[in-house]
Ligand binder design. Sequence first.
Ligand SMILES: Nc1ncnc2c1ncn2[C@@H]1O[C@H](COP(=O)(O)OP(=O)(O)OP(=O)(O)O)[C@@H](O)[C@H]1O
Ligand SMILES: [Mg+2]
Length: 355
Amino acid sequence: MRGLTKAYDGTLAVKGLDLEIKDKEFVVLLGPSGCGKTTTLRCIAGLESPDDGEIYIGDRLVNDLDPKDRNIAMVFQNYALYPHMTVYKNLAFPLENRRIPAAEVDRRVQRTAKLLQIERLLGRKPAQLSGGQQQRVAVGRAIVREPQAFLMDEPLSNLDAKLRVHMRAELKRLQKDIGVTTIYVTHDQVEAMTMADRVAILNGGLLQQFGPPTEIFRSPANQFVGGFIGNPPMNFVEGSLGPKGTFDAGVFQYLLTDDLAAVAGRASSDALVLGIRPQDVQVSLQSSNGPSVQTETFATEPLGDQTILDLKVGETLVKAVVVPDFPADMGTEIWISFPARKVHLFDKKTGKALV
Ligand SMILES: Nc1ncnc2c1ncn2[C@@H]1O[C@H](COP(=O)(O)OP(=O)(O)OP(=O)(O)O)[C@@H](O)[C@H]1O
Ligand SMILES: [Mg+2]
């Protein structure tokens, strides 16, 4: 996609999107509700026509091609199976529509059913299937066409949490086995991180960052990405660069390493935002020799395998992930410090990471 732009009634849904997806790649479009994910997918499929920009599939400019001539298959959130047809017929129908000979249709349906392990279900109607089985049939209907690319719009969101986790792995494996370029839309960050080769993060119709999951987690390009990826979300503390390389948050001053102070000096103004993930906050029951900040435990949130501490510094709450038996209760004094390697600094005015 080059400069893909789409507006509805004057409101821009997608703004100048540039995205190059490699052959056989699994790319996830991730972002909050209304950020333009479905619109992007529909433009690629040909169900919407862009106001500006180009869409290529392989070397073909497809802007003016009908959806049926684009050789891609789309899987929707609501499966859209034909209720009065058997599973077999649901799979065969898109092929028969293309006047593919009956023997070839049967060969492809049988092979797809085997791949998805739904051979036993071929005689049933959609209403006689579980949600996960229906989802498989919907995927099967896309595969059976042997398209050049799959477009999937939140295909797992109707499934319960356990089945979703199961299907997530199945879809990922299937995509690698059949090796078809896939663009997958979700607003679930875990789904995006676990399934994608690369994640494209959108917000307000604008691309925020495009990269492998680990890179997006480790080096968020801006404050939006930092706050969107990761659970619990990254802590943000606003402040400015104070004298002698300190980060001055008002309620506390934190001595930065020389490297971080130099990075902070590159901001467009003196307004900064310090970001630190809850997993990276170091906690101690005593003040240390190095830089640390005194806090008070506001609440503890035990999750079984870990506990989240909500720590109060002035009016700011900082979350820290600790071991389940960490000895803190409401009101316990805790000192926190931020390992320099784990500190993210953002330019408050632009939101951009200062690297
Ligand atoms: N047919 C339409 N007419 C008018 N506005 C639309 C139409 N379709 C989408 N929009 C608007 O375009 C923007 C992008 O919508 P889109 O459906 O692409 O979001 P999304 O990222 O898929 O969100 P969700 O996660 O909720 O599915 C939204 O502001 C939406 O209200
Ligand atoms: Mg959508």
